[in-house]
Design a protein around this ligand. Structure first.
Ligand SMILES: Cc1ncc(COP(=O)(O)O)c(C=O)c1O
Length: 389
């Protein structure tokens, strides 16, 4: 179906993103929160998510109402004890957001902040852990969606485990699209949401955590609704949510998970996204755009492009020109460079990416954008919270 003939645009964003007609269709029912079909659906979703993470008896999946940030906040607040200390590894917006959460909920924390265009450095983590025995937990983002950069999570996990500390992984934009396997990756918790590589709709997130860690976290949470221990215990005992569940969102996720399995799981989905990325980057470069990251660092999930140098380029006008043609892209979110982003995830393939490239070509022509290489821009200040001494 061409973009022009569709009711909705293709969402080339990090979520909400384009979902299949069947996933949307799955929401056309009213499920009772305490009725058997919904309780069975909840159990099926939790089991499938745990299985995707390669996790078995030692782990459990806790569903959390809300967007991904709700689940990150629930995990930090519940799994890091009040006497604990969190070290946040930040090389982009989402790493910095974890530090903001720690600050907001009053957990002791420290931040290792590194450049946005380079992967987290394991050696630095190693030294920081050796130097500060108070650090009980480390938080890292698997893929910094603000730049599209993938962090070396296996190396980080091994380093954290070697020091006997516990790792929280924000895998929001990789879960279901890039392998994360609990059998080889030591972690305390993985946090993700329904509306990224799983291709569900927004409104539900989840934490896959070590069961022992969930069990020993009673009384840690500074919040009632974001108390992961309580949510886990209640779900384990009753099969139900404590408070009103997003029934329609979970019905969509249930269907999206079936499609994920039918496609061939994480590997096949990742391969489709990788192909989308290749076609996108090649096409955008042919039009004169420059990627923010060098080739070796490009991920299959989302690509940040430098804002073009042409003074006539205005992101909002460009965005609107693409939106009129049936494609929605995303603004940049980096502190250190002016960028815009195009996502490779969602129910889209090479055909839709090629159609999007044709729309980009038309838009730059219409707007008279000639110089499409990077704009020379001043570095913007960063605003990462610091832990009070
Ligand atoms: C890595 C990462 N962490 C956290 C979030 C926050 O998720 P949400 O916007 O659903 O709260 C996002 C959103 O894109 C993300 O990509």
């Amino acid at each position: 179906m061409s973009a022009g003939a569709r009711k909705d645009p293709y969402l080339l964003t990090p979520g909400p993103l384009t979902t299949s007609p069947e996933t949307k269709q799955a929401m056309l029912r009213d499920l009772g929160a305490r009725d058997r079909p919904f309780i069975e659906m909840t159990a099926r979703i939790r089991a499938r998510l745990t299985e995707i993470a390669g996790a078995a008896d030692g782990h459990d999946c806790v569903l959390v109402q809300g967007s991904g940030t709700f689940a990150v906040e629930a995990a930090v607040g519940t799994l890091v004890p009040r006497t604990g200390k969190l070290m946040v590894l930040a090389n982009g917006t989402y790493g910095r957001r974890i530090a903001k959460i720690a600050q907001a909920i009053g957990r002791a924390f420290t931040v290792i902040e590194t450049p946005e265009d380079a992967p987290l450095a394991t050696g630095q983590v190693d030294r920081a852990l050796a130097a500060d025995p108070k650090i009980s937990h480390v938080a890292a983002v698997h893929l910094e969606t603000s730049s599209g950069l993938m962090n070396p999570i296996e190396d980080i996990a091994a380093t954290v485990a070697r020091h006997g500390r516990r790792l929280l992984i924000d895998a929001m934009s990789t879960f279901g699209g890039i392998e994360l396997d609990a059998r080889v990756l030591p972690f305390e918790a993985i946090i993700a949401s329904a509306n990224k590589c799983l291709e569900g709709v927004p409104g539900a997130a989840f934490v896959i955590a070590r069961r022992e860690a969930l069990a020993e976290a009673a009384g840690n949470a500074p919040s009632l609704s974001l108390d992961l221990h309580d949510q886990w215990r209640h779900m384990a005992e009753t099969g139900q949510f404590r408070f009103t569940p997003p029934t329609h969102v979970l019905a969509a996720l249930d269907r999206a998970l079936e499609e994920h399995a039918a496609e061939g799981g994480v590997r096949a989905r990742g391969a489709r996204y990788r192909r989308n990325r290749e076609v996108l980057v090649e096409g955008m470069r042919a039009l004169g755009f420059e990627t923010y990251l060098e080739d070796a660092l490009l991920s299959p999930i989302i690509v940040a492009f430098h804002m073009p140098g042409d003074p006539r380029f205005d992101f909002t006008t460009f965005y609107e020109a693409l939106s009129r043609r049936g494609f929605v892209i995303y603004p940049g979110k980096l502190a250190q460079a002016e960028t815009f982003r195009i996502g490779c995830i969602g129910r889209i393939g090479e055909r839709e990416i090629r159609a999007a490239l044709a729309a980009v070509a038309e838009a730059v022509e219409e707007l008279g954008i000639e110089e499409r290489g990077r704009r020379s821009s001043a570095t913007r200040p960063r605003r990462t919270p610091r832990c009070p001494a």
